[in-house]
Design a protein around this ligand. Structure first.
Ligand SMILES: O=C[C@H](O)COP(=O)(O)O
Length: 261
């Protein structure tokens, strides 16, 4: 965490919580957080598509400071693409963010860098902020290729993305071996890759872009390990999976593990 970049804590619900459960969870989260918490960090939830309209109605109706977004989008803007959801549809639902290139999409849906790049461009066409995920699997980590692997995914995703758009993205470094496994990367592991991603942004664009981009860590983040991660200079927040389904625990994470806001 470095002064000048507001931290972001985003909860990726994955394929959990229906729209009624979403309403209850967002209400609990809003109740658990206060203005001081929201001044200190942006807080976002990333529910399944089917929950978004309910979350929008609640956030707008109660004027909540909770941000929200989707977990994916189509690279296309409309047409005969059965099952897909466009950036325009998400923008109409008031989404701020959209997760792109999550390792579960790369692994289970064979998304490659070219498709991820198409989705980043689509998000920008509709003024959505991509939360662009990169990160290595266990074998790559064991062979010491984790920095090169994550940097290559970043380069692939940002092809043809101009500087002013690159400056507004959020990056998430998620080592695949730490996702949902309870195996958390050490704060030094997170810093090593997040720092390298920022340096590469400075080379691809310039120092201003590199300094503007928020970089999150994701992988078994909990209220008892977030503080060490947030203490790293190039880590600006967290992308939280399992622990974001429990509003009280997620609120503690949003406070970086401190007991009161
Ligand atoms: O998007 C979130 C990550 O995949 C982390 O998930 P996790 O916190 O359940 O390990």
């Amino acid at each position: 965490m470095t002064a000048g970049r507001k931290p972001l804590i985003a909860g990726n619900w994955k394929m959990n919580l229906n729209h009624l459960e979403a309403i209850a969870t967002v209400q609990k989260l809003a109740f658990a957080l206060n203005d001081k918490d929201f001044d200190r960090a942006d807080v976002a939830v990333l529910p399944p598509y089917t929950d978004l309209r309910s979350v929008q109605t609640l956030v707008d109706g109660d004027k909540l400071r909770i941000l929200y977004g989707a977990q994916d989008l189509s690279p296309y803007d409309g047409g005969a693409y059965t099952g897909e959801i466009s950036g325009a549809m998400l923008a109409k639902l008031g989404c701020t963010f959209v997760t792109i290139g999550h390792s579960e999409r790369r692994q289970y849906h064979r998304e490659d860098d070219e498709l991820v790049n198409g989705k980043v461009l689509a998000a920008h066409r509709h003024s959505l902020t991509p939360i662009l995920c990169v990160g290595e699997g266990l074998e790559v980590r064991r062979s010491g290729g984790h920095v090169a692997h994550s940097v290559a995914q970043l380069e692939g995703a940002l092809r043809k993305v101009p500087a002013e758009q690159a400056a507004s993205i959020v990056l998430a470094y998620e080592p695949v071996w730490a996702i949902g496994t309870g195996e958390v990367a050490t704060p030094a592991d997170a810093q090593e890759v997040c720092g390298a991603l920022r340096s590469r942004l400075a080379e691809l664009y310039d120092g201003e872009v590199a300094a503007a981009v928020r970089i999150l860590y994701g992988g078994s983040v909990k209220s008892d390990n977030i503080a060490g991660i947030m203490a790293q200079p190039d880590v600006d927040g967290a992308l939280v999976g399992g622990a974001s389904l429990d509003a009280a625990e997620f609120a503690r994470i949003c406070r970086f593990g401190e007991t009161s806001g």
